[in-house]
Write a protein that binds this ligand. Structure first.
Ligand code: Q46
Ligand code: ZN
Length: 303
């Protein structure tokens, strides 16, 4: 097998692109895809201070790795969820990566910021753990941006994640979500800018990247990720891609370019106002983070 670029020995085959590459040319190819997304959506520049949300899995650690390689100013952010062994392993992976690469890391421990673990938080909010976890992370991102001067938060969502989300949103005609699904969400009224630099790279490519770069990650950073309905959509998207290579990238790019704006009107209906407790923008009476803290207080005083 010959590398398409240098003609040397190829060890990597990328089905979606119908190319074979050697490791070095794969790394260059991968970096170009990421750079293209950063440029196309004006995600950030070398002047920005970037907060990278890291779970300890391959996607987020690979993202942190490549952005640091590209010379961006990055700081890792890890939310320690207090789930027995899983959280400790995830934390170890993140900590080791940060130490090895000499990169700054911020760790929030859930028991310290809300006085409870994710399971209890999910119970009092009567919402799935992932929904509460996502809410807490968003809240903390905005707070950290404000307090420590980060101008953008990046997450490891990749092409397969985004296609799965898009398929799910279309199947349920979630118009508000469709309006908001985009590789970059600009800063607005106290909400920090967010970006997904892996939007053009697939999960398989990230796996290869992590292997070639020797990144030690945890296979399942969180036990809750297994039950997600998004896995059903991901499996279906994967099957379609196998039969029809390049469908994923077409599906997503065409949506961003030609269809997303049709849902804008839906988004504008949402009116935000500052939470009376903490000042964070919210649609509810108080923000969900303050609501969670109140519910936990009530719960512990009833015990
Ligand atoms: S950490 Fe949190 Fe994920 Fe675990 S509880 Fe769900 S959202 S699966 S990235
Ligand atoms: Zn609040």
């Amino acid at each position: 097998m010959k590398c398409r670029i240098c003609g040397g020995e190829a060890t990597i085959k990328l089905k979606s692109y119908n190319i074979k590459l050697c490791e070095q040319d794969f790394l260059n190819f991968f970096k170009r895809r990421v750079a293209e997304a950063i440029r196309e959506y004006k995600m950030f520049t070398h002047q920005d201070r970037i907060l990278v949300a890291v779970s300890g899995g391959k996607d987020s650690l690979s993202l942190w790795d490549i952005l640091a390689q590209m010379g961006y100013q990055t700081t890792g952010y890890h939310l320690y969820l207090n789930i027995a062994d899983a959280s400790e392993q995830a934390f170890e992976a993140v900590k080791n990566f940060a130490d090895k690469n000499n990169l700054p890391l911020i760790v929030d421990r859930l028991d310290e910021i809300i006085g409870a673990g994710i399971e209890q938080a999910s119970k009092v909010m009567k919402k799935p753990p992932c929904s509460v976890c996502g809410m807490i992370k968003r809240y903390r991102f905005n707070r950290l941006a404000e307090e420590k001067g980060f101008s953008v938060v990046v997450t490891g969502h990749h092409l397969d994640d985004e296609c799965a989300t898009l398929l799910g949103n279309l199947l349920h005609w979630q118009e508000g979500y469709l309006a908001r699904q985009y590789p970059v969400l600009e800063e607005k009224e106290g909400l920090v800018k967010r970006a997904k630099p892996f939007v053009y790279v697939g999960e398989e490519e990230i796996k290869i990247y992590a292997r070639v770069r020797g990144i030690n990650y945890v296979q399942t950073p969180c036990p809750y990720s297994r039950g997600a309905t998004s896995l059903i959509y991901k499996r279906i998207i994967k099957e379609i891609e196998e039969q029809m290579p390049s469908t994923k990238i077409y599906f997503l790019k065409a949506f961003f370019k030609n269809y997303r704006e049709r849902f804008y009107a839906e988004e504008e209906k949402v009116k935000l106002h500052p939470c009376p407790e903490c000042g964070y923008l919210t649609v509810g009476e108080i923000c969900n983070f303050c609501l969670l803290k109140k519910k936990l207080q009530k719960f512990s005083s009833q015990k």
